[in-house]
Design a protein around this ligand. Structure first.
Ligand code: C2E
Ligand code: MG
Ligand code: MG
Ligand code: MG
Length: 277
């Protein structure tokens, strides 16, 4: 428990950071068994389309509840899963859950899509496209009912690996859509828009947070919306928590809003189809 700081001074790891390291190790070690024993769940958060006045999509968000560790959030577990390789199994699990639900809604005549977050590690696998198509076939889910959300980190990596973009394009040809998540927070958003088959962008919550209090943020979001519109993209605002934010985004011309003001992420059994507002 002692580390050498280089300057000749020896300091001990604080109890707090020791606990973090320990938790990380336990999460890593428990993950496979948890996945195999149904401890992973998917919750769904509604996205409200302003033109139709309806929820037209739900975003699938992974959850892991552990007796000892409590709730393990995706922000905590996804980076570990990317390292230990279980991201492929987690991604397949979430997609299969989502596709099963989307297929059921489609069967019932509901026009509600499901969006699944995906990691670049999954698309680095040359078999990703085939695996996705297999899951959609198995669950009888039309590809047009499914969308993937990619981050700017994903987009950055996709520039380096041609097979990633190729697989995305093949899926797009099959009817699957792609949305750029956390827009505006990454390395260089604009460059990727030329090459990637993206039809939607999600403006990150950090911009929405100060939207109604910071005139500069308002200008920035106005610009983002105008730019994305000119690119023919569908624009979603994430993390909308207040009526004021909602009203302003509507006025600014956003296509859709998502956030606690619209609805929290909930288990699929709790989803009720009724009009909001
Ligand atoms: P994201 O895709 O940007 O998802 C939005 C996150 O913000 C979610 O957190 C959601 O619960 C939360 N959120 C939504 N609306 C509001 C709001 O109004 N206020 C606040 N404070 N929070 C809001 P969550 O579920 O913890 O997920 C965090 C991130 O983990 C996601 O960010 C996504 O990048 C990643 N993730 C989640 N599920 C998966 C998955 O199945 N696979 C992969 N690869 N990544 C996932
Ligand atoms: Mg997302
Ligand atoms: Mg669709
Ligand atoms: Mg996001």
């Amino acid at each position: 428990d002692v580390i050498n700081n280089g300057g000749g001074k020896i300091s001990s790891l604080s109890a707090a950071s020791h606990k973090v390291l320990n938790r990380r190790a336990i999460i890593d070690q428990k993950m496979l068994s948890a996945l195999n024993h149904q401890s992973f769940k998917v919750v769904y958060q509604p996205q409200f389309d302003l033109a139709s006045g309806e929820v037209t999509l739900y975003e699938a968000l992974v959850r892991w509840e552990d007796e000892d560790l409590g709730t393990i959030t995706p922000d905590e577990l996804i980076p570990i899963a990317e390292e230990n390789g279980l991201i492929h199994d987690i991604g397949a699990f979430v997609l299969e859950e989502a596709a099963t639900l989307a297929a059921r809604w489609n069967e019932q005549g509901r026009h509600v899509d499901i969006s699944v977050n995906t990691s670049v590690r999954e698309f680095s696998n040359a078999q990703m496209k085939n695996k996705v198509i297999d899951i959609l076939n198995k669950t009888k889910c039309p590809p047009s009912c499914i969308q993937f959300e990619i981050t700017e980190k994903f987009a950055f990596q996709a520039e380096e690996e041609n097979s990633i973009v190729l697989q995305m394009k093949e899926l797009q040809d099959a009817g699957v859509e792609f949305a750029l998540d956390d827009f505006g927070t990454g390395y260089a958003s604009f460059r990727y828009m030329q090459h990637l088959p993206i039809t939607k962008v999600k403006i990150d919550k950090v911009f929405i947070d100060s939207l109604t209090t910071q005139p500069k943020t308002q200008k920035l979001v106005e610009g983002m919306i105008r730019f994305c519109k000119s690119m023919g993209l569908y624009i979603i605002a994430e993390g909308v928590e207040t009526k004021e934010q909602y009203k302003l985004l509507e006025k600014m011309g956003a296509d859709a809003v998502q956030g606690h003001y619209i609805g929290m992420p909930i288990p699929s059994n709790d989803i009720q189809f009724k009009d909001i507002k």
